[in-house]
Design a protein around this ligand. Structure first.
Ligand code: ADP
Ligand code: MG
Length: 715
């Protein structure tokens, strides 16, 4: 009996092990089948051939056809990395780079960061064995500062080119030059010297010595040619082809199912409410299938999440439950994959996404799309030099992409939350970002790359001369350029080295002088993430009371410092009690909930903080603190953000000094009621009014004192 029982239990264990192995095997098989069924799979040979034959190739294919996940693997398997070089794939958005890299690592059955990895600002998950590297377009631009010939890449794939982000556009111009330079078989010491390279850092993980040896290897050495592949979801490849010297375009046949488009009868006064109603209408009246709703940003997504949960509780007993999953750019990377996970049986998944889900990421299982028809976009006024965020109607192309998401696996439905007559009024396609953003950052980077003639640079679409001149002026005022518009040393070089908006970089450099580096690091990190505070409609009073605990009469910047410090204290306390990271994070999460602080944003800010601190230390700036002497800190803010100063008018509104625009203090500011004489601000948001956000009270006399280059002449 005993022996047979022993055998049985032994057999049981074996079976359990078997079971796990079987599950893993089944998943691998399932992934393999999924891959084989993608539209791109049937044209693998043809595409690889075309890449071999053409130095530059344009690949056009519907979203979800497998371009982003499959093409790099095809090229890898075809031997494009045999010489140890890398295939780089750029994405306009962080989330896409991260989630796709994770997926491809799984498809290849390798650990993320080994053969397949990703690198985005503030996060580098690659190693020397990485051959397929997903990254943001902005990051590749920064790499070019260190490695002007991008010598470690054999192939660069510019993905989602139809999005026409400002980084994609600049990158295309740069890649054209690099490809040309590399096609000439030998490269001489080309307007590039080691001393200059010293000033740039690509990522913190990058070991300096290693980077320099790569550089030396590339100098004077024979470089292989660079394959350039442009991928796009929009059908019109002509613009790219013309720009890239008549490059060939390959089209991948998609497999789209019919999608029913439904419109509202009337315009919706409150699209958040309309979205919510539509979610529940679909949930109660339509058959199975997941829902994808397009919202404009993190704040909106989180508000809708809370409202869905609330109303979800009121669902009739026994009805199917709803699970919401958010996906937006600044979502911490460990949470980004949640959108792809299947939900438990008997639940319906509602994905709340920004326009990232338009073409960048394809989430399986979607049958219903809710499209309020809006998108948050950058907008720039070259006359005033002011950039702002506005919520505007999508283009027709975007509306079509959004509805297409409902028909990938079968017939679907798309609910456009506007009347049909409105659709005809939408613009055909979005204006490239380079034509509607402040170019200071771009100009600074191009200067650092040795491109001196910005106006003559070969842009796919030239930004207005006025916009370029305005950014040159701004950079000059910030001290990043010399009087003859060359990059200044050390300020300009240091500013180009930091992966931040030029004004933020300047603030950090100045913080060394004003001895408030600790405070400025916190502020820059907190301003690099979205919405630290949250105000649920149903607990408005509580949330306001909680916010008061951190409020500083001096303004929002110092309030943000207070929040960060209080959260650090909470972390320290729990570290004293335990060393378990999970418990510590839980305590922080609880603290955030009690104080109406957005945990996701705070976590992100903490990551950003440690990354920027690394940069600052590498640059040799000292980590000073001004202690309680916030005067120094406010003076430092004034010296860096003097272009964003505003003075109170007799009627209580404000006038932005640089643009003479009338602006209002955003209700979320701690200065909303006190209304000081003079403020500096970080952000301009346009809704029905011009609102400024993230403010600090300053003395108007500081402006001519601390920024005489701008204010002294006027006074
Ligand atoms: P394209 O780039 O042409 O839009 P992708 O290569 O992104 O297409 O997607 C191909 C397929 O891979 C889609 O079916 C998509 O659902 C799936 N996929 C992509 N990323 C993930 C992920 N992280 N988890 C699960 N499936 C994914
Ligand atoms: Mg893609």
């Amino acid at each position: 009996g005993i022996s047979s029982e022993g055998q049985k239990s032994g057999g049981g264990k074996l079976a359990q092990g078997d079971h796990k192995a079987q599950q893993a095997l089944a998943r691998r098989q399932w992934i393999l089948e999924q891959r084989k069924s993608l539209p791109i799979a049937s044209v693998e040979r043809r595409i690889v051939d075309e890449v071999r034959k053409n130095e530059t190739l344009i690949i056009v294919g519907e979203t979800g056809s497998g371009k982003t996940t499959q093409l790099p693997q095809f090229l890898y398997n075809a031997g494009f990395c045999k010489d140890g070089k890398v295939i780089g794939i750029t994405q306009p958005r962080r989330v896409a780079a991260v989630t796709v890299a994770k997926r491809v690592a799984e498809e290849c059955n390798v650990e993320l960061g080994q053969k397949v990895g990703y690198s985005i600002r503030f996060e580098d998950v690659t190693s020397s064995s990485t051959r397929i590297k997903y990254m943001t377009d902005g990051l590749l631009l920064r790499e070019a500062l260190l490695d002007p010939y991008l010598s470690r890449y054999n192939v660069i794939i510019v993905d989602e080119a139809h999005e026409r982000t400002v980084h994609t556009d600049v990158l295309l111009g740069l890649l054209k030059n690099v490809q040309f330079a590399r096609s000439r078989s030998t490269i001489k010491q080309h307007n590039f010297d080691n001393a200059n390279a010293n000033k740039y850092v690509v990522s913190d993980k990058e070991d300096k010595t290693q980077s320099f040896s790569t550089l030396r290897a590339c100098q004077g050495a024979k470089l292989t040619s660079l394959k350039l592949i442009i991928m796009s979801a929009s059908l019109d490849a002509r613009g790219f082809s013309e720009y890239l010297g008549g490059a060939k375009a390959v089209h991948i046949q998609g497999r789209q199912h019919p999608v029913d488009i439904l419109y509202t009868y009337q315009p919706e006064p409150d699209y958040i409410d309309a979205t919510l109603i539509t979610i529940f209408q679909i949930h109660l009246e339509e058959g199975p299938g997941d829902i994808l709703a397009f919202l404009t940003g993190q704040e909106e997504i989180e508000a809708v999440e809370r409202l869905v949960h609330e109303r979800g509780h009121q669902l009739p007993e026994g009805s199917q439950q709803i699970i919401t999953v958010p996906i937006y750019s600044s979502l911490p990377s460990e949470q980004q994959m949640n959108a792809f996970k299947p939900v438990p049986y008997g639940f319906r998944k509602v994905i709340l996404a920004t326009n990232i889900a338009e073409t960048s990421v394809t989430i399986p299982g979607i049958k219903y799309v809710i499209d309020p028809g809006l998108v948050k976009a950058r907008s720039y006024n070259p006359v005033t030099g002011m950039e702002s965020l506005i919520i505007i109607p999508t283009s027709k192309a975007q509306a079509l992409q959004r509805s297409g998401r409902a028909g990938r696996e079968g017939p679907g439905k798309c609910f456009r939350l506007y009347p049909e007559s409105e659709f005809g009024k939408l613009v055909d396609s979005t204006v490239p970002e380079i034509k509607r953003c402040n170019l200071s950052n771009v100009v600074l980077q191009l200067k650092a790359l040795g491109v001196d003639d910005i106006i003559g640079f070969d842009f796919m679409e030239k930004p207005s001369r006025m916009a370029i001149v305005k950014s040159l002026e701004q950079l000059l005022l910030l001290g990043a350029l010399t009087d003859d518009y060359k990059l200044s040393d050390p300020i300009g070089c240091q500013m180009a080295r930091l992966p931040l908006d030029p004004m933020y970089s300047k603030a950090l450099i100045l913080a060394g002088e004003f001895k408030c580096m600790e405070e400025m690091l916190i502020v820059v990190a907190m301003l690099s993430v979205e919405s630290i505070f949250y105000f649920p409609r149903e607990k408005m009073e509580e949330a306001k009371a909680a916010r008061k605990r951190f409020s500083s009469p001096e303004g929002d910047h110092i309030s943000l410092v207070n929040v960060y410090r209080a959260s650090a204290e909470c972390l320290e306390k729990s570290r004293e009690a335990t060393s378990k990271e999970k418990t510590i994070e839980k305590a922080l999460n609880k603290w955030c909930r009690e104080n109406f602080i957005n945990y996701r944003s705070l976590r992100h800010a903490r990551d950003v903080h440690s990354q920027i601190q690394g940069h600052v230390q590498q640059m040799g700036l000292s980590l000073s603190s001004c202690g309680d002497d916030m005067l120094q800190f406010r003076r430092c803010l004034t010296t860096s953000f003097f272009l964003n100063a505003a003075l109170k008018q007799p009627d209580g509104s404000y006038r932005a000094m640089s643009s003479s625009q009338t602006v209002q203090i955003h209700p979320s500011s701690v200065l909303f009621r006190t209304r000081p004489e003079c403020i500096i601000f970080n952000e301009l948001v346009r809704t029905n009014q011009n609102y400024v956000r993230n403010l600090t009270r300053v003395d108007p006399l500081w402006l001519p004192e601390l920024a005489p280059q701008y204010y002294a002449a006027e006074n």
